[in-house]
Write a protein that binds this ligand. Structure first.
Ligand SMILES: [Zn+2]
Length: 234
């Protein structure tokens, strides 16, 4: 008789791993007596298949929540989160825009606030270039001057004809006066052209909230989406 030892998916031990009934799908479950956690070997196999991590990220970029992805790929939700946490999205475009004079429209979007905790608001500040129809930099944070400063720092290498914003006070103190235009009309027309962006981000955010209340995961998944959509191709 050939015996194959089952390795615990959580602590890598083989001692004390026992069968622990079947999952509703009919798949054998195991319990590790060492770390007291249960697991399914199918989940482990599927997570280690070539391309599994890429598929997890691709599904997140298409608005799948962690649970959906887990069900489709046959991977546990805890494992689905791992490649998402490893994402290091760009925050500023990789396109050179050599010697181009850009127009920058600064916008803020409230992304979400935790249920029952209004203090934990997460805002997306982004700079939209209307001629190229793309976001060129973004930052997540609170609705403060500090977050705005981070955005301004990111776009520093580029040349701007003018900056257009709404009348939020910190813009006035942080942007060069002679090239700063306050125009609700202009920002609102941009909001209309940005509708697709807003709808897609809202949807993504909503799904993201479903699986995570962590700033880290939120910023990485939404940031990766922005980066893939606008920072890498013309
Ligand atoms: Zn274990």
């Amino acid at each position: 008789m050939a015996i194959i030892k089952v390795v615990c998916a959580h602590c890598d031990t083989t001692d004390g791993v026992v069968k622990n009934g079947k999952a509703p799908s009919g798949i054998q479950r195991y319990l590790c007596r060492n770390c007291r956690q249960s697991f399914q070997l199918e989940f482990v196999y599927n997570a280690n298949k070539p391309g599994a991590h890429e598929r997890i990220v691709d599904m997140a970029m298409n608005g799948s929540g962690v649970r959906d992805t887990g069900r489709v790929l046959g991977i546990s939700p805890t494992t689905v989160i791992k490649p998402l946490k490893k994402l290091v999205p760009r925050q500023v475009t990789s396109l050179p825009f050599d010697n181009e004079e850009l127009v920058l429209i600064c916008q803020m979007d409230e992304q979400w606030s935790y249920v029952g905790n209004k203090k934990n608001q997460r805002w997306l500040f982004y700079a939209w270039e209307p001629r190229y129809q793309r976001v060129i930099a973004h930052v997540f944070g609170r609705r403060t001057k500090k977050t705005l400063k981070k955005l301004i720092k990111l776009v520093k290498p580029y040349k701007f004809k003018f900056y257009c914003t709404d009348d939020w006070k910190p813009y006035g103190s942080e942007l060069p006066e002679d090239s700063h235009v306050i125009s609700k009309k202009l920002t609102q027309s941009i909001e209309r052209t940005n509708l697709t962006l807003r709808t897609r981000l809202k949807r993504l955010t909503r799904r993201t909230i479903c699986f995570s209340r962590s700033d880290e995961l939120h910023d990485k998944v939404i940031g990766e989406f922005i980066s893939r959509t606008w920072y890498q191709r013309v």
